[in-house]
Design a protein. Structure first.
Ligand code: URA
Ligand code: SF4
Length: 215
């Protein structure tokens, strides 16, 4: 009997990524991605945004509720905090390009909580499916430093063995593209922390390492 592949085995954005396209063309193509089921319930694809020639690329996890509605990354509370931390670390937010490991918002609704959409972390399958978009962004923006925000982005770029607690705050080589990679916590972790000030300072001091790498 012929073996029929379950549809989830085919999670893959690659058929949607145009070859030889520039960043705007890739962004336009991503709007129509059906590479995994996350596009079904989300409002829209949230592609990266910012300076297309940025020296620093920041990679978060996935769009949140506000990003899903507005169609741009890091426009909610985590983004505001991130901009403040970048500025304090000596990185001009206007000289960055910001994106996410996964381009559609994954959420659940709990009946007792009405219409509120509660963030769900993307799984390895969705991260792997969506990676071709991130690869295209890295190739086309060609940053000097990639800043990984939190565990999901770290796993997407460095593999499932990545541990933010162990690998944060140091420059790591990334593949063979000549870029450096710096991992730090996700800005949402600051918003959730009891000791916000100390956790925020940790984020800023990690970002200063990235700033120094730019010279
Ligand atoms: N958190 C993320 O990881 N990405 C966003 O774009 C917003 C919040
Ligand atoms: Fe495509 Fe990524 Fe959205 Fe899945 S999450 S549909 S792979 S853009």
């Amino acid at each position: 009997m012929a073996h029929t592949k379950a549809p989830e085995d085919a999670y893959d954005a690659r058929p949607f990524v145009p070859a030889g396209a520039d960043l705007d063309e890739v962004r336009a193509a991503a709007a129509g991605c059906r590479g995994c089921p996350l596009h079904r319930d989300a409002t829209q694809t949230v592609f990266g945004a910012g300076n297309p020639h940025a020296r620093v690329m920041l990679v978060g996890e996935q769009p949140g509720d506000q990003e899903d509605r507005q169609g741009a990354p890091f426009v909610g509370p985590a983004g505001k905090l991130l901009d403040r931390a970048l500025d304090e670390a000596g990185i001009d937010p206007d000289d960055t390009y910001t994106t996410n490991a996964v381009k559609h918002f994954k959420f659940e609704t709990v009946p007792e909580r009405g219409k509120r959409r509660i963030h769900k972390s993307p799984g390895l399958r969705e991260m792997t499916a969506c990676k071709p978009w991130l690869d295209a962004e890295m190739r086309l923006v060609d940053p000097e430093v990639i800043v990984v925000l939190g565990a999901t982005a770290g796993k997407a770029l460095l593999g499932s063995g990545f541990r933010v607690t162990k690998q944060r705050g140091m420059l790591l080589p990334y593949e063979d593209r000549g870029e450096s990679l710096l991992a730090t916590i996700h800005p949402s972790a600051v918003l959730r922390a009891d000791d916000r000030e100390a956790v925020y300072e940790g984020l800023v001091s990690d970002l200063r390492i990235a700033a120094r790498a730019l010279g």
